[in-house]
Design a protein around this ligand. Structure first.
Ligand SMILES: NC(=O)c1ccc[n+]([C@@H]2O[C@H](COP(=O)([O-])OP(=O)(O)OC[C@H]3O[C@@H](n4cnc5c(N)ncnc54)[C@H](O)[C@@H]3O)[C@@H](O)[C@H]2O)c1
Length: 344
């Protein structure tokens, strides 16, 4: 079963115009944020009506969702209006969520403009906004009609953000695709316009689509994609709650380090394989995370995770390179004992 059409090209403007023409939507409205309005909207080469939300994770809120819906109302958008989400994961999560509830659902297309958006956020139908105490806790599963990928958008991204987004590509390689792992470690940090990056993005996207199609409602294999995210989301919520911010990718990287070590301590991942994983990650020279929260400070955010029960927390962990296991429930005390223990 295919949920969304995947279109990849070097000419996003033509693709989008053809797509809208073929599907005869009554109207097209583009949602951007304050950065993609400047750097990406001009690439669409057409004066589409557009709505601009303030950039940044701190604006992925119900309040902003309501403001966007106010503007959709003011523009008299109907159920035949196509919403085009032009941005990173914040815009595609927000726009998808708004599309899922405005008039009980309008069609939408994602045009991701960050590497994180291209390989992960724009695909798979998870939409939503954050609550002050937990990331992505308010949302829906609602699929875009199409996802349009054009790597040229990466040219205006800060290099460090694109580098960090490789975290999600590593995630999928470690948990589901040994071949992608090999490609990654043989091409450390490919440049935005390279064929190597195109191939890596394609492969990461195909992996995600395959998992989503097998398990659209996240009841089984799709949960592999949660590797790095149980700790990662808790870290992200912790930092937001401190009144500061971090990128999702940075949080996932931190989470993957914690969860690789956890898998070793639980005896489900061989220590040598874990070291190969950590060395592969090191090859990319990711900036190191600024925060190292105390376990007790992190615990309330871990407990807010959607995958836990009363005394245990659910993880998806690697058991080999390219292979993972889902629904591993770990007792809070055991987790505390393993937290930040070195794996050697
Ligand atoms: N729904 C999912 O399955 C899923 C998966 C992964 C991540 N996410 C979500 O994605 C979000 C993170 O996404 P992100 O890393 O793309 O962050 P982001 O959307 O905040 O974008 C990062 C920054 O880059 C700017 N930007 C975007 N495209 C640009 C461009 N081409 N040129 C210049 N500036 C540009 C943005 O305005 C923002 O300031 C998080 O909220 C995370 O929860 C969702």
């Amino acid at each position: 079963m295919s949920f969304s059409e995947l279109l990849m090209s070097d000419s996003v403007a033509t693709l989008l115009q053809n797509y809208c023409h073929e599907h005869a939507y009554s109207e097209v409205v583009v949602l951007c944020d304050s950065n993609t309005q400047v750097h990406c909207f001009p690439h669409l080469q057409k004066a589409y009506k557009h709505i601009v939300m303030p950039a940044g994770e701190q604006n992925k809120t119900l309040r902003e969702a309501e403001k966007i819906m106010d503007q959709l109302m003011a523009l008299h958008c109907s159920k035949q209006t196509l919403l085009v989400n032009l941005g990173g994961g914040v815009v595609t999560d927000m726009g998808g969520f708004v599309a899922s509830i405005y008039k009980r659902g309008i069609p939408f297309v994602n045009v991701p403009t960050t590497l994180m958006g291209m390989v992960d956020a724009a695909i798979g139908g998870k939409t939503g906004v954050d609550h002050a105490f937990a990331k992505n806790i308010i949302g829906s599963i609602y699929h875009p009609k199409a996802v349009i990928l054009d790597l040229k958008f990466l040219n205006t991204m800060p290099a460090v953000d694109t580098l960090l987004s490789f975290a999600e590509i590593f995630k999928i390689a470690i948990i589901a695709d040994a071949q992608l792992w090999q490609t990654l470690v043989q091409n450390p940090w490919p440049s935005p316009n390279s064929e190597a990056l195109k191939a890596i993005v394609k492969s990461a996207v195909q992996n995600k689509i395959q998992l989503v199609e097998q398990d659209p409602y996240d009841a089984s294999v799709r949960q592999l994609l949660n590797f790095g995210h149980t700790y990662g989301h808790a870290y992200e919520s912790y930092v937001l709650n401190q009144g500061s911010s971090t990128s999702h990718a940075d949080a996932v990287l931190w989470g993957m380090h914690q969860e690789i070590a956890l898998a070793v301590h639980l005896g489900i991942l061989n220590k040598d394989k874990a070291l190969i994983m950590l060395n592969g990650l090191n090859q990319f020279d990711f900036p190191s995370s600024q925060w190292q929260p105390d376990f007790n400070a992190l615990l309330p955010f871990l407990m807010a995770d959607k995958k836990n029960s009363q005394h245990t927390i659910g993880f998806s962990l690697p058991i080999d390179i390219g292979q993972g296991q889902i629904q591993i429930q770990v007792d809070v005390q055991q987790l505390k004992n393993c937290y930040s223990l070195p794996i050697i």
